[in-house]
Design a binder for this molecule. Structure first.
Ligand SMILES: [Zn+2]
Length: 136
C-alpha cells in the first residue's frame, strides 16, 4: 500500500498483506513528525518504506540518502511508536553522515532535540485549543 505525502517525504509504502493499513497509518504519523526536520535541513526522502528484513536485529536502513526503510513489526507484533521514531531519526542522520562516529551521534541528538521542541509546541497548541473550547 502506498500514498504520497509531502515535498520532502515523497512516497510512503507499507508492506502488502495483513495490517497494511495499520502500517501505512503508522508511517504517515512518523512522516508527519520527521517532515519538518527534513524541510529545515533540506533533506528529501523519496520513499519512506516499511521493511521486514530476515536479520532480526535490523530496525532500519538508509539507502543512498533517498530511501528510508523501517521495521515496524515482528510478525503481528508491532514495535513501540517511540522505538520506530527513534530509528527513523537515526536513519535520517545518515542523510548527512555515513559512519556511526561522534559527529553522527551528535547529529542524532540534535534531531532528537528538534523533535522534542516540535512535540512540546504541538502539545501547547493542543492544550490551548482545549482550554479555548472550555470558554466557548
Ligand atoms: Zn546507522
Amino acid at each position: 500500500m502506498e500514498s504520497t505525502f509531502s515535498a520532502n517525504i515523497i512516497l510512503i509504502k507499507s508492506l502488502r498483506g495483513k495490517n497494511k493499513q495499520k502500517s501505512l497509518n503508522m508511517l504517515r504519523e512518523i512522516a508527519s513528525e520527521i517532515d519538518p526536520i527534513c524541510r529545515a535541513r533540506g533533506w528529501t526522502v523519496w520513499t519512506l518504506r516499511e521493511f521486514h528484513p530476515k536479520n532480526e536485529s535490523l530496525l532500519g536502513m538508509n539507502v543512498d540518502c533517498s530511501e528510508v526503510k523501517l521495521r515496524l513489526r515482528y510478525g503481528d507484533e508491532y514495535l513501540s511508536y517511540d522505538e520506530i521514531l527513534g530509528t527513523a531519526l537515526h536513519e535520517l542522520a545518515h542523510m548527512e553522515i555515513g559512519p556511526h562516529n561522534k559527529k553522527f551521534h551528535k547529529l542524532v541528538e540534535e534531531l532528537e532535540t528538534q523533535l522534542a521542541i516540535q512535540q512540546a509546541k504541538h502539545a501547547m497548541q493542543v492544550s490551548y485549543m482545549l482550554s479555548s473550547q472550555f470558554y466557548i
